[in-house]
Design a protein around this ligand. Structure first.
Ligand code: ATP
Ligand code: MG
Length: 394
């Protein structure tokens, strides 16, 4: 009898030839993520991935469950027992051990459910469930009772190449295995929204790199550290991330000097898009990601978004576009970026912001204003791109 983590993934959503690729990527993501927590055997078995600790005593089950619950593509995780041989006797041994633990400090109700992947097994699923239930009632006496409608414990039996028994399934992160769906570059600020936006796209299997526009000395080292911390929080789900830090000071000062102040934010945003796209192309990204949501601030009205969008030729993913702030905050709390995001460090956009920013900018007007930058901006952008600092988060 051995302890094992059974990994459930969305097998129905994964179709055809791709299924193989998805499963293999999920398998290698699991191996990579668990590496620092001990030695594990990770294997595929008929629609499940099994994770077996090599030395059971040397791992902390909750830490492993926590780590597994952050891996995209996993729908549920159960920690249970495994027997090498697939026989009813083996199932009885596993079930008794599991149930003895479940009812150790309180009386419980239970129901047995059986999945039979190996149809050669001589009993039907129903027969296994019924006979096992009867056996447990007899073996455990007053401590357990059957309740088929609302049991405290669902005792699950799975008959595959081996026999498995478990009681509780923990919720997984869902989504698609990280790295199975191309790459995109996230414009990551120190705010609440952009880390959530990056997390949402990464959840769909897209590899995510990030760009942060830093304006020292107007924005401090601590503001920069906050963004590094946020990238680390997102990387808790993705495994790793390259954060590109662009020095934006000279460009911002030039915009401030040469362009109408009520258009500063929009022009700045557009230049962020140009630079991000150049960085994205270099790192193999196919799209950009921002944390914008319609109407949240002046720079995110429909009119403003149209002007910003026009600056990019790549698709721009805005997964939060229809979300209210409260909905975004909820996700930020759940994925543990919120506490970092609300640390009160200055942001480059708030320092150079106008008192009365334009809320209905027209693209032609913005382009006209940008002409004041024509002579210098290409060179300045190229310098910013050439001098980008890359922080590798692992
Ligand atoms: P966030 O919480 O993500 O900062 P926000 O509500 O503060 O969003 P804005 O400051 O208007 O909104 O920024 C809109 C989007 O532009 C951000 O979600 C982010 O994708 C991008 N962005 C803004 N400032 C920066 C920056 N300094 N570096 C990189 N991206 C930025
Ligand atoms: Mg912001």
């Amino acid at each position: 009898m051995k302890n094992v983590f059974l990994i459930k993934y969305g097998e129905l959503a994964i179709k055809g030839k791709n299924r193989h690729l998805f499963e293999n990527r999920l398998l290698s993501n699991i191996k990579k993520n668990l590496k620092s927590l001990g030695e594990f055997l990770v294997t595929k078995e008929q629609g499940r991935i099994m994770v077996e600790p090599v030395e059971e005593d040397s791992i902390d089950v909750n830490t492993v469950l926590n780590r597994l619950s952050r891996i995209f593509g996993i729908v549920g995780i159960a920690y249970g027992l495994k027997a090498e041989e697939v026989s009813f006797d083996a199932v009885k041994r596993l079930a008794l051990a599991q149930m003895t633990e479940e009812c150790a400090d309180k009386n419980i109700t239970f129901k047995v459910e059986t999945k039979r992947a190996d149809k050669r097994f001589p009993m039907t699923s129903m027969e296994v469930s019924c006979e096992l239930g009867a056996y447990l009632l007899e073996a455990l006496g007053d401590k357990v009772k059957v309740d088929v409608h609302n049991p405290d414990v669902f005792l699950m039996v799975e008959l595959r190449n081996h026999a498995y028994v478990y009681a509780k399934t923990h919720k997984g992160a869902g989504g698609m295995p990280y790295g199975t769906n191309g790459k995109a570059t996230l414009l990551l600020s120190g705010g609440i929204d952009s880390p959530v936006a990056g997390w949402m796209i990464a959840k769909r299997g897209v590899e995510v790199d990030a760009v942060y526009f830093h304006a020292p000395p107007y924005t401090s080292d601590r503001a920069k550290q906050k963004v590094v911390d946020l990238a680390e929080k997102v990387a808790m789900y993705t495994g790793s991330m390259n954060l590109h830090i662009v020095n934006f000071t000279d460009i911002q000062l030039k915009i401030y000097e040469l362009c109408p102040h009520e258009q500063l934010t929009i022009i700045m945003r557009r230049i962020m898009m140009y630079i991000s796209e150049a960085i994205a192309k270099k790192n193999g990204s196919m799209a950009l990601i921002t944390g914008e949501s319609i109407g949240q601030v002046a720079s995110q009205t429909m009119h403003s978004l149209v002007c910003t969008n026009e600056a990019a030729t790549m698709p721009v993913f805005r997964p939060l576009i229809g979300f209210d702030k409260e909905e975004i905050v909820q996700i930020a709390k759940r994925i543990d970026t919120f506490e970092t995001s609300i640390q009160p460090f200055e942001d480059c956009c708030t320092i150079f912001v106008a008192k009365h920013p334009e809320t209905k900018p027209k693209l032609e007007q913005i382009e006209r204003s940008e002409r004041a930058l024509d002579e210098i901006i290409d060179e300045m952008m190229q310098k910013a791109i050439d001098e980008v600092e890359v922080v590798k988060i692992r």
